[in-house]
Design a protein around this ligand. Sequence first.
Ligand code: ZN
Ligand code: ZN
Length: 123
Amino acid sequence: MTDMSGDNKQSDDFENVPVVSCTRCGREWELTYELDELQAGNRAVEQFALDHERHTGHLPDDISPWIADCENCPAGEQFLSKRPAKRWAVTHARHTYHSIDLISPDGDEKTITSDDSRYENSN
Ligand SMILES: [Zn+2]
Ligand SMILES: [Zn+2]
């Protein structure tokens, strides 16, 4: 590689490529694919974590999900922040009248019911 002159042009946009590691896989990944191909921007880590869970069944290191898990049907999703998790739960309750367990990364559990869908902006 010594014949490369100092003109090795790199995109300035991606000079701080996030790196995610997973001890279960014993690997780490630079998120260039998420940034470049998926245009995930500042959600690249979240996108990667959710894809990792989807394909391997576990989340990478340092990722603690919010879990929305329906009590009445097999529906359920994991999210990396409260807002989309709650929105999913409230929306599911709104359409199905099911009750959904919303579990925080700390293990706090809250049940969302169709009543909560009337108060979407409440905490
Ligand atoms: Zn892994
Ligand atoms: Zn359900």
